[in-house]
Design a protein around this ligand. Structure first.
Ligand code: PMP
Length: 425
């Protein structure tokens, strides 16, 4: 029996209608921006395997670091114990993050990084003895699939089945869709209704909600509004982190600083599940007490797993090299070329770029939203031609590993009009 058939008989895949989905495609090897199928044919990974792969697949420097670490210390309980890779990673990240970030808390994935951020912000106000019990989030936000992360995500088909179980959140319209004045007007309405603990945003790019982009000045203005009212600001940089927006963190495009940041995906170079929630000294200090019942009650079996931390340190080694910086700059420049090339296309609207991410809406009769079939059809068209693309409904985006060759990225751009001609007739 083939791998695909054995898989189909045993495995339940994420975000997949198992009745109608065909067999999953077995991938047996990865290298650079390429994934290799069983028969040796190659797929160009234009979406960084769900936005995680930054230095390319199976990068030898990270692979070696994980291998070495596995022979030394594979795992240790992180309550009451620590290890060199975690300490080194914390120290290195804190020198690179916005200067207000003072502490790192480890967990396993983007959703849990968000859970931790929400719990920190929520409990912070209890520690301060202030009653603040509302959270602001953006329409079309996507912060993950656990219940807290779903609660602060825009209400959509992703959250629909669970709605009665989600906590109440005050949503404002997305700055990727409406003007700053309209967003501020929504914020004003919320404030009139209660005490707000925190606002959570995906800075500059709202990813899974449709690659909605908005400029740093707009976010600065939203943050200034929060600051005036003492509202904490949480940046979910799970997707935007690690140079996706052209800088190491989206936060570095701004003068204003968040109070809490969530990182994952590219943190380990996309090799292992690991995440980090960082916070200011002020938040950390608020939890200090002689009373043990006032600690942050959160932790996972694999908190700060040494293999994940070793991968993350190795990934930082690569980011510190000039060659990586040059590659990021090259991807940014070629994506800009692609944007210019596609600018006048009649079936494309809202063509937009933030750093290494290029996105566009496809004009189609099927309506907007994740279930618009045009995305599936475009994905299939590209797959048949050796390119892995995964549009979000009618939103098409290109988010490659930084090791993609310039010509390969240009080829993806050139294929987009062909795909549209073939699929949207
Ligand atoms: N936040 C953002 C901005 C994301 O894009 C994602 C995942 N796409 C998550 C959180 C959740 O991360 P994970 O899938 O690792 O739980």
């Amino acid at each position: 029996m083939s791998l695909g058939t054995r898989d189909h008989a045993t495995i339940w895949h994420p975000f997949t209608q198992m009745l109608t989905a065909g067999e999953a495609i077995p991938i047996v090897r990865g290298s650079g921006a390429h994934l290799y199928r069983e028969d040796g044919s190659v797929l160009l990974d234009a979406v960084s395997s769900w936005w995680v792969t930054v230095h390319g697949h199976s990068h030898p420097h990270i692979a070696d670091a994980i291998g070495k670490q596995a022979h030394v210390l594979e795992q240790v309980i992180f309550a009451g114990f620590t290890h060199p890779q975690a300490v080194q990673l914390a120290e290195r990240l804190l020198t690179k993050l916005p200067s207000d970030m003072a502490r790192v808390f480890f967990s396993d994935n983007g959703s849990t990084a968000v859970e931790v951020g929400l719990k920190m912000a929520w409990q912070y106000w209890q520690m301060k003895g202030e009653e603040r019990n509302r959270i602001i989030a953006l329409d079309h936000a996507y912060h993950g699939d656990t219940f807290g992360a779903m609660s602060v995500s825009g209400r959509s088909i992703f959250t629909k089945a669970f709605e009665p179980l989600l906590f109440e959140v005050d949503f404002v319209r997305s700055p990727g869709e409406v003007s700053l004045e309209e967003v501020l007007a929504d914020l004003e309405k919320i404030e009139a209704r209660g005490d707000v603990a925190a606002m959570i945003v995906e800075p500059l790019v709202q990813g899974a909600g449709g690659m909605l982009m908005y400029p740093p000045e707009v976010l600065e203005a939203m943050m200034a509004w929060c600051r005036e009212r003492g509202i904490l600001v949480i940046f979910d940089e799970v997707m935007t982190g690690f140079y996706r927006t052209g800088k190491l963190f989206a936060a570095l495009h701004l003068d204003a600083q968040p109070d809490i940041m969530c990182l994952s995906k590219g943190l380990t170079g996309g090799f292992l599940p690991l995440s980090i929630t960082t916070c200011t000294q002020e938040i950390f200090d608020a939890f200090l007490s002689e009373d043990r019942s006032r600690m942050l009650f959160h932790g996972h079996s694999f908190t700060a797993n040494p293999l994940g931390c070793a991968a993350a340190n190795a990934s930082l080694d690569l980011f510190e090299q000039q060659e990586t910086q040059d590659r990021v700059a090259q991807v940014v420049a070629i994506q800009a070329e692609g944007r210019a090339m596609l600018a006048e296309h009649p079936q494309i609207t809202n063509l937009r770029q933030q750093g290494t991410i290029l996105a566009m809406d496809i004009v189609t009769g099927g309506g907007t939203g994740y279930l618009n079939n045009v995305g599936k059809e475009i994905g299939k068209w590209f797959l048949e031609r050796g390119v892995l693309m995964r549009p979000l409904g009618n939103v098409l985006y290109v988010m490659p590993p930084y090791t993609i060759e310039p010509e390969e990225l240009r080829k993806v751009h050139r294929m987009i009009p062909e795909a549209l001609a073939a699929v949207t007739q």
